[in-house]
Write a protein of this length. Structure first.
Length: 229
């Protein structure tokens, strides 16, 4: 009985660790594949999110390490909560940046999940703006795109990660990274939330009208991008 109780506690601890380091979608795919194999690669249509804190290095240049860690934890929490609330999965944290996704099942209508992703972006940008570093509020940029991606375990045979890859993932990242000096035409300055034309096309009329400012931007390794803000 003692041994069983100990094993049960260990299983609960292991499960908490897995959930802390792996999103629910990736965990379900790994469970289906079994512990001895990498997850198989699958093609999906997915919504991809990239976000980043504007001028983060400038905000932390004079902060103590403990204060920097506190600010980082707060702005990641401010994004993670609305992403989870609206059905998204966090793929990875990258410095002060974040990648998340919503996978669409075969023949699933895209509008509902696109609206959820957009609600998450609006909630995250608002929550991050309420965080201050010194006397300055933080500001978040979010890029949202929808397209075909490849998911699965990528890396080496000894160290790998479940993630999404492909040109459409790169496009979402470039939307977030666009600066005012990248604008070739259209609206300037760019807003905090940037939607690809493909993503905006899936929205209802009200949200299309709300995100109606269009700009053409120059994107590294992608070329010219049309984004809505």
């Amino acid at each position: 009985t003692i041994k069983t109780a100990t094993q049960s506690r260990q299983l609960e601890d292991d499960t908490r660790i897995l959930r802390a380091y792996t999103n629910e979608y990736a965990l379900s795919k790994r469970m289906q594949s079994g512990g001895g194999r990498l997850t198989s690669y699958e093609a999906h249509r997915a919504i991809v999110w990239f976000s980043d804190v504007v001028d983060f290095s400038r905000h932390i240049v004079n902060l103590a390490p403990a204060r920097t860690a506190d600010v980082v934890q707060r702005f990641f929490n401010a994004q993670s909560a609305p992403i989870a609330e609206h059905g998204g999965h966090i793929d990875k944290f990258m410095g002060d940046g974040l990648m998340a996704f919503w996978v669409l099942s075969e023949n699933e209508a895209a509008m509902p999940k696109c609206l959820e992703a957009l609600k998450a972006a609006e909630g995250a940008t608002k929550a991050v703006s309420e965080i201050q570093s010194g006397n300055q509020p933080l500001h978040l940029r979010v890029g949202l795109h929808i397209g075909s991606v490849l998911s699965g375990d990528f890396g080496s045979t000894t160290r790998h990660q479940f993630t999404l890859i492909g040109p459409e993932v790169n496009k979402a990242a470039r939307l977030e990274q666009a600066h005012d000096n990248d604008v070739l035409g259209g609206t300037c300055p760019l807003g905090a939330i940037r939607l690809s034309a493909e993503f905006r096309e899936e929205l209802n009329g009200q949200m299309k009208k709300r995100y109606g400012h269009v700009a053409q931007v120059k994107a590294k390794n992608v070329g010219e991008l049309e984004l809505y803000t």
